[in-house]
Design a protein around this ligand. Structure first.
Ligand SMILES: Cc1cc2nc3c(=O)[nH]c(=O)nc-3n(C[C@H](O)[C@H](O)[C@H](O)COP(=O)(O)OP(=O)(O)OC[C@H]3O[C@@H](n4cnc5c(N)ncnc54)[C@H](O)[C@@H]3O)c2cc1C
Length: 345
């Protein structure tokens, strides 16, 4: 089982900055996030919105902020596991020492003396199609909630469901390599960017793709593999049958605290209570930083999370090297960091 200095649950801004602060102390990290990209809320909920309260940075969009954090942690050793949710957290004894073991929904297991829960408001989970029993039984056999590889759709009959940016973007993109693309939405109005909607409607005019509105999925056809769907037409109430190889449901994401509630850590409502000296939870070695934690005066702001994790990594270091002085220093005079960055001193 892979052993690292710090396991970080959640690769939002606070999880990412943890890699930097840990790196300054020579600690290595492993980040796990349920999403298909790093950046948490900034990347998922407001990539194009400007943030004005990052100290020293007058203006940065959500995505620019994430890109800058990714650049900032480049000099340090870390691994990033995406599309994986941490489901369980258990205490184990190895080499006569206590460790925490995390297990993901992909059955990956990692151990560490320090777990940093930087899970924001919980893991982002795709919304399932309404009225369909167990759509997940077709996952990897014709049902997906995100596009992970474009090639998967080469020469396939693809149906995309949804009315937001993702549905429009992927309809336009997959029209280039799929055998056919049909976009299905419950009304003939879209919430996504106007220019992408325009591109989509141009493709409809040129018969490159098909648009079906106002329709809703009624059932998925097939046993082990998707063979098609039945759709309900809202205007006529008629049920129509269509063949398809791949169904992509892009109905947005729900935030779910989910497994974290079951880890036996002291909570205050849906947040994790912490000690503000080091942001440790009720369990030694488990820290909670960023939006997920709670203490008197807590503000759900990025800069609060940055402060919290800076103090938490100090405690993490002490847990790995008991009795040793934490090598605190300013980055302006940190020669190890300067060497990594190629800065001449
Ligand atoms: C529209 C909007 C505008 C905002 N504007 C500002 C602003 O101007 N300034 C500001 O400071 N803040 C702003 N915020 C708040 C800011 O985005 C949050 O404070 C910040 O994102 C918190 O960072 P985080 O790393 O704690 O959590 P998040 O960004 O929420 O990231 C948590 C990550 O953990 C993952 N995760 C959760 N559980 C698990 C699990 N079990 N396994 C694997 N992964 C898991 C999630 O998928 C997510 O990616 C704004 C928020 C919104 C929604």
């Amino acid at each position: 089982m892979k052993k690292v200095d710090i396991i970080i649950i959640g690769a939002g801004p606070v999880g990412l900055f943890t890699v930097f602060e840990a790196g300054l102390l020579g600690l290595n990290c492993l980040l796990i996030d349920n999403l298909d990209k790093p950046g948490g809320q900034c990347a998922e909920l407001y990539p194009d919105k400007p943030i004005y309260d990052i100290p020293g940075v007058p203006f940065q969009t959500g995505q620019e902020h994430v890109d800058a954090l990714m650049e900032q942690i480049k000099p340090f050793k870390y691994e990033l596991y995406l599309n994986e949710r941490v489901d369980s957290l258990n205490e184990i004894n190895e080499d006569n020492d206590n460790y925490w073991k995390v297990t993901t929904n992909e059955n990956n297991q990692f151990i560490s003396k320090n777990i940093f829960i930087a899970a924001g408001a919980g893991s982002f989970e795709p919304r399932r199609p309404p009225n369909i029993d167990e759509p997940d039984k077709f996952i990897d056999n014709g049902v997906s909630y995100a596009v992970r590889s474009i090639e998967k759709y080469d020469n396939k009959n693809v149906m995309i469901f949804g009315g937001g940016d993702s549905a429009l973007d992927w309809t336009v993109e997959l029209s280039k390599n799929a055998k056919s693309v049909t976009l299905i939405h419950r009304r003939d109005a879209f919430r996504g960017a106007q220019h992408t909607e325009k591109m989509m409607r141009e493709l409809v005019k040129k018969n490159k793709i098909k648009l079906l509105t106002p329709y809703l999925i009624d059932s998925i056809k097939g046993n082990k593999k998707v063979e098609g769907v039945t759709l309900k037409n809202f205007e006529t109430n008629e049920i129509e049958s269509h063949e398809a190889d791949e169904l992509i449901f892009l109905f947005g994401l729900n935030k779910k605290l989910g497994p974290i509630l079951e880890w036996g850590i002291d909570l205050n409502g849906k947040k994790i209570s912490v000690n503000t000296e080091n942001f440790q939870t009720s369990k030694p070695g488990i820290f909670a930083i960023g939006d997920i934690n709670d203490y008197p005066g807590k503000l759900d702001l990025i800069l609060s999370g940055f402060h919290e994790t800076t103090l938490a990594v100090q405690e993490a270091y002490k847990r790995i090297y008991p009795g040793e002085r934490v090598p605190f220093g300013y980055t302006t005079s940190n020669s190890k960091l300067h060497k990594k960055l190629g800065v001449k001193e």
